[in-house]
Design a protein around this ligand. Structure first.
Ligand code: UDX
Length: 439
């Protein structure tokens, strides 16, 4: 099938590349000529394991191409994915300007039937706005052409996006006409394994499903973070509690890890947007409001523990910090808890020497220059003379460190672990003061 993907960011690029891998012909469009130039030269402007090789293979096979030419790309595909950004507005609602301008571009340039697929995470009701924007453009041209608008939200985890796309748990498709349903089924049929994974539903339910999924997952995290804080006071171990409840199949083990708060491009934005959509329609989502509050507080939790140890004034102290990205296997710094933690430490007068296996460059870009923040290029380097080690992101690399070497390098053997990476008894046996989350 011939497919156009409008927006070659994270979601667009993964979607386009994986669809090409299944044998489709895919044209990816972006307004940013630098991004397109990188892609045309065999590079990938984001960090996602496995993506670069997949892009190269499909470009070489002639199935995947990149362009900044709107007319050419709209003419290309019978299926048009809209995968542009939906950044939060000041009030937390999703800003639809890029989605709607993509829709208008389709209306301006289409010359045959198109299925327009909303891939971007968009508030319930957006498909109707997309439909109207296309209709307006067609009317302005004085032409009548058939088209369908479909919602097909993504459930891609950064760092595992290719596998999530190629082997989905489910494919949610909101569509209300047969022609679109037939085409979407054909498109996703190859991704079904051993049982039916395509869920057809009405458009609004599909749009809401995406928000519901992320809101539920965010709720689990905030719930566990609050219980972790309680466990500290009560003298329990949240890691035991986690196992104790996760073994109930109604609860399950996933997404019960307490930590430094959720970050990234989806949870914070989608929770805000759902609260805001509800408000617009006269509903208050009290549970989600609390989820958001708890998460904002949790991002300060590790620094609270540091302050409890050393006092409010941290000047003259040097902290080694491991992990900057909001989670492992990505260089994404959006809403990363490390940003709050580093800013607070510095603001209290401390010096921070940070190490991250891939996010250093991105962190430098978003955190700006500060003489009290430096970046190291090995995980051992920041430990030299450090007052304490602060662990923020659970990269695999950090799981089995050389505790002897760490202790020898540090000024004092203290670890603040925001991700509960180690067995407390074991670390303490090694001579460390070990402060974790909820234990
Ligand atoms: C998420 C959803 O998982 C994905 O389905 C959706 O399409 C986009 O949003 P992503 O943002 O890439 O994906 O990251 P995810 O792995 O879900 O983690 C989100 C955040 O929650 C991270 O900050 C992570 O550290 C945190 N988290 C996750 C916890 O604190 N505890 C957990 O148990 C799980």
């Amino acid at each position: 099938m011939k497919i156009t993907v409008i927006g070659s960011g994270y979601v667009g690029l993964v979607t386009g590349t994986c669809l090409a891998e299944m044998g489709n012909k895919v044209c990816c469009l972006d307004v940013d000529p630098n991004k397109i130039a990188i892609l045309q030269n065999g590079g990938v402007p984001i960090y996602e394991p496995g993506l670069e090789e997949l892009v190269r293979r499909n470009v070489e096979a002639g199935r995947l191409s990149f362009t900044t030419d709107v007319a050419e790309s709209v003419a290309f595909g019978e299926i048009q994915f809209i995968a542009v950004g939906t950044p939060p507005d000041e009030d937390g609602s999703a800003d639809l300007q890029y989605v709607l301008s993509a829709a208008r571009a389709i209306g301006r340039h289409m010359d045959a039937y198109k299925v327009v697929v909303d891939k971007s995470t968009v508030p319930v009701g957006t498909a109707d706005k997309v439909k109207a924007a296309i209709a307006e453009e067609l009317a302005a041209r004085g032409v009548e052409l058939p088209y369908s608008v479909v919602s097909n939200p993504e459930f891609l985890k950064e760092g595992a996006a290719i596998d999530d796309f190629m082997r989905p748990d489910r494919v949610v498709i909101g569509a209300d006409d047969e022609r679109a349903i037939t085409l979407m089924r054909r498109l996703y049929e190859p991704f079904q394994r051993n049982h039916e994974r395509i869920l057809f539903m009405d458009v609004r339910s599909a749009e809401l499903t995406k928000y519901a999924a992320n809101a539920m997952l965010a709720t689990r995290i905030s719930f566990m973070n609050e219980l972790a804080n309680l466990a500290e006071t009560l003298g329990g171990d949240i890691e035991m509690v986690r196992k104790g409840i996760g073994s109930d199949p109604r609860i399950g083990y996933h997404f019960l890890y307490p930590g430094v708060g959720y970050g990234g491009s989806c949870f914070p934005k989608d929770v805000k947007a759902l609260i805001s959509t509800a408000r617009e329609h006269g509903h208050r989502l009290r549970v989600l409001e609390a989820v958001e509050d708890a998460n904002d507080l949790q991002k300060h939790r590790l620094v609270e523990k540091i302050v409890a140890e050393y006092g409010e004034d941290l000047s003259g102290r040097r902290f080694a910090l491991w992990g900057l990205s909001f989670k492992p296997n990505t260089d994404d710094m959006r809403e990363a808890p490390s940003r709050v933690i580093v800013a607070e430490l510095i603001q209290r007068g401390a010096e921070v020497v940070a190490f991250d296996p891939v996010a250093t460059h991105e962190a430098q870009r978003v955190m700006g220059d500060n003489p009290r923040l430096t970046f190291a290029d090995s995980m051992m380097a920041p430990l030299d003379g450090a007052d304490a080690l602060v662990i923020v992101t659970e990269w695999k690399l950090f799981r089995v460190p050389d505790f002897d070497a760490i202790r020898a390098a540090m000024k004092a053997p203290v670890i603040f672990d925001g991700r509960n990476l180690y067995d407390p008894a074991l670390v303490r046996e090694q001579g460390f003061r070990y402060i974790a989350i909820g234990r």
